[in-house]
Write a protein that binds this ligand. Structure first.
Ligand code: AMP
Ligand code: ZN
Length: 486
């Protein structure tokens, strides 16, 4: 397996620290609002990376934090007149709901910054004791970048240049910094803000220290993969490396992975441009599986453009896969029914052995295996989900052109299981036939309501008749139209 490592700017062979295990840390969201669709990209991408490692048999320890103390959270809390924890609790719950709808698995551990303050104080103390950090007059603790000659190795920036670049930016209250690129580890409290006691002053941690501490606590001093959006390369991840390596005396993460940015209609997503979408808003228009499928249609390192047309194309693509899966399920059910009838047995499940396939089916099954190999080769090449999706479409094509009423149940279930397995790696749910049917019914009811609204009673009656032929009974209730099976 090859992974593009931001540290070396090359694709490198993946060698885990411990055979069979992957220790992975992904920087999570700051919880002051519903997550936006840009935030969903790293969630979906790195959940897919995790799923692929699991598919390959690795035991993955996946840690992703919630940043629950931050200026934006505090500002919103002040606006609403509540405690900052009320805001962060609310949006952690909402984020978890969005993750579930995107079929992003919960992390092995989801630590929160406010619950890790003790560890942060500990790490800051070690950095001060070893000369890597210093305390300013007002109690602010800064990391001493000059003490870490490798500073800049991830973002490929030169420390000298960084220092002179930062010199231009004067920040009030930071006059005590020894060098311009030094960054905050701990800062004094301000009126009305949450704070914790520390040996230096009552205050709160800087942002970067939380990830170094959580990665150490839940994964160890050295980890396999550290990931996040590309905007985190500098300064966040650069600073994490400085803190962790100076504290632990070991290289921190072996592979650094960064996803490209999501833009909207080729523009940066921003509230001021009025092109800012939360996952929740998109979920009102689309099944969120469509958003997931859309995100995986591009390589994770490429920039990705979001537009209504591209989402429409993803909806159609996903539908094609689901229709194929539903059709296989239906055919398989019929074929099994026919087989058990022929044997006079009561719907006995056939053992899935290749011998029951015809010669032609065996050849097609071998072609399907070839597509699985193609899928794996794409994923092995730095998680090229775009090519992996193409392999899935080829499998759909093979299935549509070779599976029919005459196929053996073994061949049909082989195709269905193969398709489901690959979709499972991508986190794409292929619905069961029942769900497909329910959705079709609901769609027909929506069309009937629309027809009635437009006073097209002929069409409305026609749809009711079609539904009744499908064994669906409609009831007009005060809450709207309900349906049941006859
Ligand atoms: P934040 O809450 O801003 O710290 O962001 C959480 C995660 O979302 C980080 O990994 C960011 O890099 C990532 N992220 C934020 N905006 C975008 C975007 N437009 N496209 C892709 N990733 C993003
Ligand atoms: Zn982080």
């Amino acid at each position: 397996m090859k992974i593009f490592n931001t540290l070396s700017r090359r694709k490198e062979e993946f060698v885990p620290l411990t055979p069979g295990k992957v220790k992975m840390y992904v920087c999570g969201p700051t919880v002051y609002n519903y997550i936006h669709i840009g935030n969903a990209r790293p969630m979906i991408v790195f959940d897919t990376v995790r799923r692929y490692f699991e598919y390959k048999g690795y035991d993955v320890n996946f840690v992703s934090n919630f940043t629950d103390v931050d200026d934006k959270i505090i500002n919103r809390a002040i606006q609403e007149g509540v405690d900052a924890s009320v805001i962060s609790e609310r949006f952690i719950a909402e984020c978890r709901k969005d993750m579930a709808d995107l079929n992003v698995k919960p992390a092995t551990t989801h630590p929160r910054a406010t619950q890790e303050i003790e560890g942060m104080i500990q790490m800051i103390r070690t950095l001060i004791d070893t000369g890597h950090a210093y305390v300013a007059k007002d109690g602010t603790v800064y990391f001493r970048t000059a003490s870490f000659p490798e500073y800049g190795k991830l973002s490929h920036k030169n420390l000298e240049e960084l220092q002179s670049g930062f010199r231009q930016i004067k920040v009030t209250g930071e006059e005590d910094k020894e060098a311009p690129a030094d960054f905050v580890l701990w800062k004094p409290k301000k009126e009305g803000e949450p704070f914790w006691e520390s040996p230096w002053c009552d205050g709160r941690p800087g942002w970067h220290i939380e990830c170094s501490v959580m990665a150490k606590r839940y994964l160890g001093d050295e980890i396999d993969i550290h990931a996040g959006g590309e905007d985190l390369i500098f300064p966040h991840h650069e600073n994490e490396i400085a803190q962790s390596e100076c504290c632990n005396g070991k290289p921190f993460a072996r592979y650094w992975m960064h996803n490209g940015f999501l833009n909207i209609d080729n523009k940066k997503m921003s509230k001021s441009l009025n092109n800012f979408f939360t996952v929740r808003e998109i979920g009102e228009k689309y099944d969120l599986q469509v958003l997931r499928f859309f995100m995986l249609s591009a390589h994770y390192r490429s920039p990705l453009n979001f537009s209504a047309e591209l989402m429409e194309a993803s909806r159609n693509g996903l539908e094609r896969i689901r229709t194929a899966a539903g059709r296989l399920e239906e055919l398989e059910e019929k074929a099994r029914g026919a087989a058990s009838e022929a044997e006079g047995a009561e719907s006995r499940v056939q053992p899935a052995d290749a011998a029951s396939m015809t010669r032609g089916e065996q050849e097609n099954a071998a072609a399907a295996d070839g597509l699985v190999e193609k899928f794996e080769a794409a994923m092995d090449d730095d998680f090229n989900t775009a090519d992996a999706v193409s392999a899935v479409f080829e499998l759909v094509k093979l299935s549509n052109s070779t599976a029919d009423e005459n196929s053996s149940p073994v061949y049909l279930s082989f195709l269905r299981e193969t398709l489901e397995r690959l979709c499972g790696v991508l986190g794409i749910i292929t619905r069961t036939k029942q769900e497909t049917l329910d959705e079709k019914i609901e769609e027909m009811i929506r069309r009937r309501q629309q027809a009635r609204k437009e006073k097209n009673f002929a069409l409305a009656d026609q749809i009711r008749k079609e539904l009744s032929e499908m064994g669906i009974i409609l009831e007009d209730t005060r809450e709207g139209v309900k349906w049941k099976r006859a």
